[in-house]
Ligand binder design. Structure first.
Ligand code: CA2
Length: 146
């Protein structure tokens, strides 16, 4: 069995399913975790699924994933638009990172159009709701270092 794919989630994604379903869909983060586990199993992988509202904790998990994960799916949420620390953490690792967003930030406010994470990730999947995670997992599994 390959090393797990880490699925890391940034600030406020713990609120999914409670507010703004017209933007982010009706699934809770727990629903998305279950979808990721099912998709990963179908691909012959396991997932480590985590969420944090703290930038430093996400950096710690990326540092950990550099040796413990075969690939990473990262929804950095708002930190994607602001965090040089996430950019540096991704640049410091060889493990492939796939950025993932529920909504399409490019179709939203101008402040969402820039992503530090996009500058460091292998690629980005956005705009497909919870399905973005499954598509990002497909990409991550294809890139995974065994
Ligand atoms: O579309 C995405 O997945 C985002 O990463 C979500 C972030 C946003 O800042 C990014 O631009 C795009 C926001 C996550 C907040 O999620 C909430 C969910 C329910 C209610 C309130 C916030």
């Amino acid at each position: 069995m390959p090393k797990p794919i880490y699925v890391l989630n940034g600030p406020n994604l713990n609120l999914l399913g409670t507010r703004q379903p017209h933007i982010y869909g009706a699934d809770s983060l727990d629903d998305i975790r279950r979808r990721c586990e099912a998709r990963a199993a179908a691909l012959g992988h396991t997932v480590v699924f985590r969420q944090s509202n703290k930038e430093g904790e996400l950096v710690d998990w990326l540092n950990e994933a550099a040796t413990a994960a075969s690939a990473v799916v990262l929804n950095p949420a708002a930190y994607g638009h602001t965090s040089v620390a996430l950019y540096d953490a991704i640049k410091a690792m060889q493990t492939p990172v796939v950025e993932c967003h529920l909504s399409n930030p490019m179709a939203r406010e101008a402040f969402r159009h820039h992503s530090y994470v996009s500058m460091a990730a292998v690629g980005t999947v956005s705009g497909f709701g919870a399905r973005s995670y499954e598509l990002a997992l497909d990409a991550a599994a294809g890139l995974a270092a065994v």
